[in-house]
Design a protein around this ligand. Structure first.
Ligand SMILES: Nc1ncnc2c1ncn2[C@@H]1O[C@H](COP(=O)(O)OP(=O)(O)OP(=O)(O)O)[C@@H](O)[C@H]1O
Length: 596
């Protein structure tokens, strides 16, 4: 409806120049023919018509602004929602990590605040404007045709050439703007850093504000230099457009004026021709339509490429066969890593190298290892974010690639090491653990209690409704340890809502020893028969596990209970001894593993 009304308004706006020419000619004709006493009477009707044309033009122009805004908001809003859907859909998570895919997302989003100046609505409305402009040009040609057909090529050809020159410039401008936007994104990183409270600490403490601003300006200068020089050249070359206008209009105007002066045509006809000629140039003259069409189409092209990139089943993520639904949601799964190998896309290093590991239903399994041993990677593979490059992961005897990942992820609850701190309320932050089921406030409360978050909660100004970000009105900032409690509650909520495998990747690194001990006591008490995989560098936590595996160079190097591994006297025993010694000396931080 909005687009239809906008089309009508644009059409009227573009027909007004030709209609003005006609109405003006009528007015002049009537005045010319009428004697002095009859002037007012003769002018009344054509003046009313002339006024009506002008009023229609004003109304149309007044309406196009708000209508364009409405149509653009709807078109761009829907487009951005589709980009978000595509970016979050599918199982090709690996593609999201590729820089070129991230660049496509930015371009497809066409966020004006990030320097993108054209959006899909610009392309759509630009085309509408252009089409209406052509109708307006045809109407102006109709007026010219009333005088002499040869006036049409005389005025139209230079006007069309003028348009072509302008369109070529728009293409060049659009391309340079695209290059500038990429550079602007670098500047944007610094621009955001300059005003964000997070980076603000570093900027002040390390005193690199001047360096940062200089860096930002350098990026802006480098990114925009070609664009600025192109625009300067465009300005200097604008005389060409003046010449083109003159080539058509001046001879036409001279011929028509001479004709009228010699009495071969009336002043009214001459007025109509002069006005129509000018209106043709107005309609085909300089405007930003083509630039916006080109820019908007570029955004749509980026979106099409993004869809292809995300949907692309690359070797790492391709699933084979028909999706198989796990039929048993209630019991904990049996998971087997069978000679699993993996290297990240675009890298040669084998992060997992023939890994054999079983996660038995209901067990509390701890995974330990030095930094970079591949522990988090193993969890990402268990979550189906990456697929093995060799070997197989089986869940309840079925390869993970043949499970419905959506379904599998409802059986799984993961606290990632780099968990997300959503700027939402405390209750939203917990409930997002199992967003696909109706929210259950009693389970949210219970999960918070089990995670030890209830004490912090009691101090929040608006309780569960408190936004967990000071940047939001009435919000608060939590400490690292308090956030870990929130995220632990998020994972435990998922368990209470049906997840049967809980994975915790360094869930207590920010907690003090006492809170950590409490949390694990509660976890052990409340996990029921849910399997737990725990990754931790704190071996005092790990020792409570049913079984501990030590990951080294992408394989299991040692496995057993705490007592068995200590008795083995291997790397685990050595790590434990170093940590125990540090603890005795009063340290409670993570093991300095390089010392082992
Ligand atoms: N997205 C990625 N792309 C490429 N390489 C990656 C990526 N993520 C991790 N790596 C590499 O994979 C290796 C294993 O990383 P991973 O995070 O699994 O180790 P980790 O055992 O969890 O380490 P930490 O104890 O420090 O958390 C590292 O060498 C790391 O640099």
């Amino acid at each position: 409806m909005v687009v239809a009304t906008l089309s009508v308004a644009l059409l009227v706006e573009n027909l007004v120049p030709a209609a003005t020419a006609g109405a003006l000619a009528l007015l002049v004709g009537k005045l010319d023919a009428a004697g002095v006493p009859n002037v007012y009477q003769a002018a009344l009707a054509p003046l009313t018509l002339f006024g009506a044309v002008l009023a229609a033009g004003h109304l149309a122009t007044a309406a196009t602004g708000p209508l364009t805004f409405l149509a653009a908001s709807r078109i761009d809003g829907r487009h951005r929602a589709r980009v978000s859907e595509v970016a979050t859909s599918g199982e090709n998570y690996a593609a999201l990590e590729r820089p070129e895919v991230q660049a496509l997302i930015k371009e497809a989003m066409a966020d004006r605040s990030r320097g993108y100046d054209c959006t899909p609505s610009d392309a759509a409305i630009g085309q509408l404007r252009w089409l209406c402009g052509l109708v307006g040009a045809a109407a102006a040609c109709g007026v010219l045709l009333g005088y002499a057909w040869w006036l049409i090529p005389l005025v139209l050809v230079p006007a069309a050439l003028n348009r072509m020159v302008r369109t070529r410039q728009d293409f060049g401008l659009s391309q340079l703007w695209q290059g500038a936007t990429k550079g602007e994104l670098h500047a944007d990183v610094w621009r955001r850093a300059a005003v964000s409270p997070g980076e603000g600490k570093d900027v002040r403490v390390f005193g690199f504000a001047d360096w940062m601003v200089e860096r930002m300006q350098q990026h802006i200068r480098e990114a925009n230099a070609p664009l600025w020089s192109y625009i300067t050249r465009m300005l200097f070359a604008s005389w060409k457009q003046f010449l083109l206008v003159s080539v058509g209009l001046i001879p036409a105007y001279v011929i028509v004026s001479l004709d009228a002066a010699r009495g071969h045509s009336t002043v009214a006809v001459a007025t109509a021709v002069l006005a129509a000629g000018w209106s043709l140039f107005q309609v085909l003259g300089p405007n930003s339509d083509m630039y916006q069409i080109v820019g908007g189409i570029r955004v749509l092209k980026a979106f099409a490429e993004l869809r292809e990139a995300i949907a692309e089943p690359d070797a790492e993520t391709a699933s084979e066969g028909e999706p198989v639904k796990a039929d048993d949601l209630g019991s904990p799964p049996s998971v087997v890593f069978d000679k699993v190998s993996f290297s990240y896309p675009g890298t040669d290093r084998m992060v997992l190298d023939g890994l054999d590991l079983e996660i038995k239903p209901g067990e509390l399994l701890a995974i330990v290892g030095l930094n970079g041993a591949g522990k988090s990677t193993l969890i990402k593979m268990l979550s189906g974010l990456y697929s093995p490059t060799g070997g197989e992961i089986r869940v309840d005897g079925v390869p993970l690639g043949r499970h419905s990942l959506k379904h599998w992820r409802t059986r799984l609850s993961v606290v990632f090491q780099d968990f997300v701190r959503y700027h939402l309320s405390a209750s939203d932050n917990v409930a997002l653990g199992q967003a696909g089921v109706p929210r259950d406030p009693a389970l949210i409360e219970a999960a918070a209690r089990d995670a030890g978050f209830d004490e912090v909660l009691s101090r929040l100004p608006q309780g569960w409704d408190t936004p967990l970000a000071r940047s939001r009105s009435g919000g608060v900032d939590l400490s690292g340890g308090q956030w870990q409690q929130v995220v632990l509650a998020r994972a435990l909520y998922a368990v209470k809502q049906g997840a049967r495998l809980l994975v915790l990747d360094e869930p207590t690194a920010h907690l003090d020893v006492r809170t950590e001990f409490d949390v694990f006591q509660r976890l052990a008490r409340h996990r029921g028969d849910t399997s737990v995989v725990l990754i931790s560098h704190r071996l005092s936590t790990v020792r409570q596990a049913d079984r501990i595996v030590l990951l080294d160079h992408g394989r299991i190097a040692e496995a057993g209970t705490h007592d068995e591994l200590i008795a083995l006297g291997g790397v685990y025993a050595e790590m434990f001894a170093v940590q125990a010694e540090r603890f005795r000396r009063g340290h409670d931080d993570r093991l300095e593993e390089t010392a082992v």
